[in-house]
Design a protein around this ligand. Structure first.
Ligand code: HEC
Length: 94
């Protein structure tokens, strides 16, 4: 029993130390309509807190990578939300 408990603790420590790492957005990933819609919702709810919603056409794909990497932390987006917003923006900018 004690042995089980210790291995349980070790396993928990192992899992938490190797948790998901932060992945920078470097290109498109979510392209299904449903995900793009979610990206749109996150965008519309998070990106108008400090300024007006920017026009997705404002930047090309490369510039959105740079701009979003500055804005996503400001909007406190998770990596997942960051990626969805990025994919939404570049689906609208052409
Ligand atoms: C906490 C406040 C805040 C939030 C939230 C925020 N922004 Fe911004 N944003 C700023 C400020 C301040 C500037 C002007 C200074 C600068 O460019 O860094 C700016 C500028 C911009 C610009 C113009 C500059 C450029 O490079 O084109 C764009 C586009 C932009 N934000 C997009 C977004 C998007 C998309 C989101 C949502 C993910 C977002 N912002 C969320 C504060 C915010």
């Amino acid at each position: 029993m004690k042995r089980l408990l210790i291995s349980g603790i070790l396993l928990t420590a192992f899992l938490t130390s190797c948790g998901p790492k932060s992945h920078a957005v470097t290109g498109p990933k979510y392209t299904a309509a449903e995900q793009l819609l979610q990206g749109k919702t996150v965008f519309e709810n998070s990106c108008n807190k400090c300024h007006m919603l920017p026009d997705p056409k404002k930047h090309d794909d490369q510039r959105w990578i740079r701009t979003l990497s500055r804005m996503a932390p400001r909007a406190k987006l998770t990596d997942h939300q960051h990626q969805m917003v990025y994919d939404y923006l570049i689906s609208e900018n052409d």
